[in-house]
Design a protein around this ligand. Structure first.
Ligand code: SAH
Length: 357
């Protein structure tokens, strides 16, 4: 039975399901889930990410975290973690770039939080010169200083959508029309988690809520607040989300979110304000939300590109110039993607390099 038919059977039996349940089945179903069954990244896959575009991305992230580690007195041991590491490319580039930093590798316990078996295998392969450990969730991170990166992780977490109706909300649910999956609205109900959105929305507006992000960001922030460390969270989204941002991508082309369960990537924009507030509640400070292009320029991506380009010519040089443009230009990823830094809320503490308090 296909995943689509399983979802249809479940809706027939139990009624319409929240989008979060639909997303979880599509992305992480043990047998048919999108991430459980494949490596979706790269030119042959469905989408491409910053670390897959150029080694410069992972190198600069690694150097920013390593400088934050030095600035905090080089604690040892510490956890060097990544959430949703994909093929492991970012971590591989970060480790190569930080090789020469005295004590950094010796003190780092490399920890990868990854749900996908094929991607865990790809990570093991690319990081074979290191000894990473894998965890299922951020809750299991050890109680020690934590320097962590998450690139395009939070956008893959399941969201629910709600449409404003007077002083309450109707949830957008996945239901059935005959044999076809369709989106409809559930009954009017209050949702205490959305009370603050009554202030900035009007009748008919749609808001998204990602409950799954909260335990993750809290687990990171608690460790950083208690033991020291820093987090770099990179994703598409904005300080405050409004409207329907759920999207499906297959073969680098947008497709309907209900069209091909388990065979298309599903993501939603990240509401960074919610992450920042949860981090603050756990005792962490957070940086300003900074466009990816600005962050990478501050870290010296242009100098790095010039260095890499100095030995190249022809197509490889053109590819490098194009990669630099894609990562930084405001009409490409430079503005759509944002970076939020977390760091200890101490008088002398500063956010990781590339970010402002
Ligand atoms: N960071 C990588 C990959 C981004 S794709 C890059 O930039 O190239 C999203 C990643 O998050 C994949 O590795 C996927 O398997 C992982 N992932 C998605 N949901 C997850 C979850 N709930 N727990 C752990 N990993 C998850």
């Amino acid at each position: 039975m296909t995943l689509k038919n399983r979802i249809i059977a479940r809706i027939r039996a139990d009624g319409p399901m929240p989008l979060s349940e639909y997303m979880t089945l599509c992305l992480l179903h043990p047998t048919y889930g999108y991430y459980t069954t494949r490596d979706p990244l790269g030119a042959q896959g469905d989408f491409i990410t910053a670390p897959e575009i150029s080694q410069m991305f992972g190198e600069l992230i690694g150097l920013s975290l390593a400088q934050a580690w030095l600035d905090q007195g080089a604690p040892a041991p510490f956890t060097l973690a990544e959430l949703g590491p994909g093929r492991g490319t970012l971590m591989g580039d970060a480790l190569r770039a930080t090789q020469a930093i005295p004590g950094f590798h010796a003190a780092a316990q490399i920890t990868l939080i990854e749900a996908s078996p094929p991607l865990r295998a790809a990570q093991a392969d690319i990081l074979k010169d290191h000894t990473p450990q894998w965890l299922d969730s951020a809750d299991a991170l050890p109680d020690q200083p934590l320097f962590v990166v998450a690139n395009e992780f939070f956008d893959a977490l399941p969201i629910r959508q709600f449409q404003r109706d007077g002083g309450g909300w109707r949830e957008r649910l996945v239901g059935l029309q005959g044999d076809t999956l369709t989106l409809g609205l559930g009954p009017l109900a209050p949702y205490p988690a959305l009370d603050h959105r009554l202030e900035d929305t009007k009748d008919g507006d749609l808001v998204e809520h990602c409950a799954a992000a909260l335990p993750v960001i809290t687990a990171l922030a608690q460790r950083i607040a208690t033991h020291g460390g820093a987090a770099l969270i990179v994703d598409y989204g904005d300080w405050h989300s409004l409207g329907d941002t759920l999207q499906a991508l297959k073969d680098h082309t947008p497709t309907g979110v209900l069209d091909d369960p388990g065979h298309a990537d599903l993501t939603a924009h990240v509401d960074f304000e919610v992450l920042a507030q949860a981090a603050t509640l756990s005792g962490c400070a957070h940086s300003r939300l900074t466009p990816q292009g600005v962050f990478l320029e501050r870290l010296g991506i242009t100098t790095r590109a010039q260095k890499l380009g100095s030995t190249l010519g022809g197509t490889p040089l053109q590819n490098l110039i194009e990669a630099h443009r894609r990562l930084t230009h405001p009409t490409e990823m430079g503005n759509l993607f944002k970076v939020l830094g977390l760091y200890p809320a101490l008088p002398n503490a500063a956010p990781p390099p590339g970010l402002d308090p």
